[in-house]
Design a protein. Structure first.
Length: 164
């Protein structure tokens, strides 16, 4: 025995194509049905955004600490003169450079750890990086293409499109 679908049954009964029987809901559209991996993708985007924001906050805090240390050092050096002052400045610079290098190494380690924990995000970021590098190469080869805007549309079409 053959199973008939609603559309075949409707065609056999002489209904117009696309017509529905009374009381039947319209067929679901693609827009109404969420993609099965959309939630996972959104979660991945959120994780990435949270990580980038945490890194940004960390950089801002580190910069503030460096600025405060520099101001405090300037105040403490005011009374010194000559070789004492130069020695203190050199010591301060070397300490600040060591702190900066340690901070950068820590940030890099945190990033690597995060990307190991989120391989799909690492893959996605790698693709973005490759695209950016390819775009830079294209711009180096032909700078005229990289001035921005759409050549076909041009700046005058913006004015025309906004009339009305």
């Amino acid at each position: 025995m053959r199973i008939l679908t609603l559309s075949v049954l409707a065609a056999l009964l002489g209904a117009a194509p696309g017509a529905r029987a009374e009381g039947t809901p319209p067929p679901a559209t693609q827009a109404a049905a969420p993609k099965p991996d959309k939630a996972a993708r959104e979660e991945m985007k959120k994780k990435g955004a949270d990580f980038r924001n945490a890194q940004k906050e960390s950089r801002i805090a580190h910069r503030k600490e460096r600025e405060e240390a520099r101001k405090a050092f300037k105040e403490s050096v005011k009374g010194l003169k000559g070789p004492e002052k130069k020695a203190a400045e050199e010591k301060f610079r070397s300490e600040q450079k060591a702190k900066q290098e340690a901070f950068e190494a820590d940030m890099k380690a945190k990033r690597e750890e995060f990307l190991k924990a989120n391989p799909e995000l690492a893959e996605r970021w790698e693709k973005h990086k490759e695209r950016r590098e390819a775009a830079k190469e294209r711009c180096k080869a032909n700078p005229e293409d990289c001035k921005g805007g759409n050549k076909e549309r041009g700046p005058e079409s913006k004015k025309e499109g906004k009339k009305g």
